[in-house]
Design a protein around this ligand. Structure first.
Ligand SMILES: *Cc1c(COP(=O)(O)O)cnc(C)c1O
Length: 411
């Protein structure tokens, strides 16, 4: 492992564990390692702290603590919902979801389909938006659950979750939303929205990997996915991941206090990054609607160049960005999200996601903007696909424009 300065613009893949979160966790790794289910106080004092964390994460989404089940990750929460909806409604074998969900929904649905379930993947338009009329029409009497993500991890496009929940309610069908990308960036209130199930993952909000939650609305039927001990009120077996749960609780508190920074400073950083790239680098375009969109995410198509090449060159500079989701990186296929938006494979292969966070600074964005245009220009010069006429080189890049966009260089 090497430690050098990292310019981290991949906060939709995972986030830095906040120092405050590490501090909150350490006592539960070092000193208070009792089993929360034990009868003696060395255990029960730990159980008390788990319940405090449950209150903290419940407050983040406007839920009651009783409605929270801690799980091992967002993937588990997503899997648990679909399995439970099918198990508790034996006659219902249809799942309605979208073509742009995380692989934790898409791949699971593909397996369920092989097992005899019917699955509808709703299309999106070129901007990444859903047709709610079509969603309504696609609900059947056999629909066990409708699962639609709150915000897309690749483009940041935000779906109208309240309207979708209302449609599901009026059609008496269970509704789940994978809100993994939303906390700390959008205000979440399950009461206002009226979802039956909601998924979160702690490592997307400055807490450790390997801990997530599933919100199950009071009185909504739920069949456990992990069957074992009586933990989580019998809804999820397995000894609690105490330290991570405590960290998740602290991160939930921080997320509420940082919502403002994310929506003002981070949004402005993202906009400057995006606008500068679109202005300075030729043959680029934004993927997905401009609004409503997560304040931290920008997905840009760089024509005539492959994202893998961009990632490698930026990595040499200590810059972390991604092509598609972390889960599709490494496969040669273009991202299913870009494909669903009707982006042709040649363009889809050149898409890069920049996802910022509360730890990013103006100087870091300047560093990225200083290096990116030349990285693209050099890759295009080397590319056989470049169009004869444009091939911008370093000297073509208007230095005046660039310096206008980099305030910290003007000092
Ligand atoms: C990261 C992510 C997940 C998966 O969460 P894990 O905790 O990594 O399993 C699910 N859905 C979305 C939208 C995500 O961004």
């Amino acid at each position: 492992m090497t430690e050098r300065k990292t310019f981290y613009f991949d906060n939709n893949a995972t986030t830095r564990v906040a120092p405050e979160v590490v501090e909150a966790m350490l006592p539960f790794l070092r000193d208070f390692w009792g089993n929360p289910s034990s009868a003696y106080s060395f255990g029960s004092q730990v159980a008390k702290r788990v319940e405090e964390a449950r209150e903290q994460v419940a407050a983040l989404i406007g839920a009651e603590p009783k409605e929270i089940i801690f799980t091992s990750c967002g993937t588990e929460s997503n899997n648990a919902v679909l399995q439970s909806a099918l198990a508790t409604q034996p006659g219902k074998r249809h799942i309605l979801t979208t073509a742009v969900e995380h692989s934790a929904i898409i791949r699971h649905c593909e397996v369920l389909r092989k097992q005899g379930c019917d699955v509808t993947f709703l299309p999106v338009d070129a901007e990444g938006a859903l047709d709610l009329h079509l969603l309504d029409q696609s609900i059947r009497t056999e629909t066990a659950v409708v699962s639609v993500m709150w915000a897309n991890n690749e483009t940041g496009v935000v779906f109208p979750i309240e309207e979708i929940a209302a449609i599901c309610r009026s059609r008496h069908v269970l509704f789940h939303t994978d809100a993994t990308q939303a906390p700390g960036k959008l205000k979440l209130d399950v009461g206002e929205v009226g979802a039956d199930f909601l998924t979160l993952s702690a490592h997307k909000l400055h807490a450790p990997k390997g801990i997530g939650l599933l919100y199950v609305r009071r009185r909504t039927k739920f069949q456990p996915y992990l069957i074992g001990g009586h933990q989580e009120r019998g809804k999820r077996g397995g000894t609690e991941n105490v330290a991570s749960i405590v960290g998740f609780g602290r991160a939930a508190e921080l997320a509420l206090t940082r919502l403002e920074d994310e929506n003002t400073r981070v949004r402005a950083l993202r906009d400057r990054l995006e606008n500068t790239i679109l202005r300075v680098v030729p043959n680029t375009r934004r993927n997905g609607a401009k609004e409503p969109r997560l304040p931290n995410t920008s997905n840009i198509a760089f024509d005539f160049v492959e994202a893998e090449g961009i990632l490698l060159k930026l990595d040499e500079l200590g810059i972390c960005v991604s092509s598609g989701s972390a889960c599709t990186t490494g496969s040669l296929n273009p991202s299913h999200v870009m494909t669903a938006m009707g982006i042709k494979p040649a363009r889809a292969k050149g898409c890069v996601r920049f996802s910022l966070g509360v730890y990013n600074t103006d100087e870091e964005v300047d560093y990225l903007l200083t290096h990116l245009p030349q990285v693209i220009a050099r890759l295009r010069e080397a590319s056989p696909e470049k169009p004869a006429r444009h091939a911008k080189t370093l000297s073509d890049l208007a230095p005046v424009v660039l310096s206008q966009c980099l305030p910290s260089l003007q000092k």
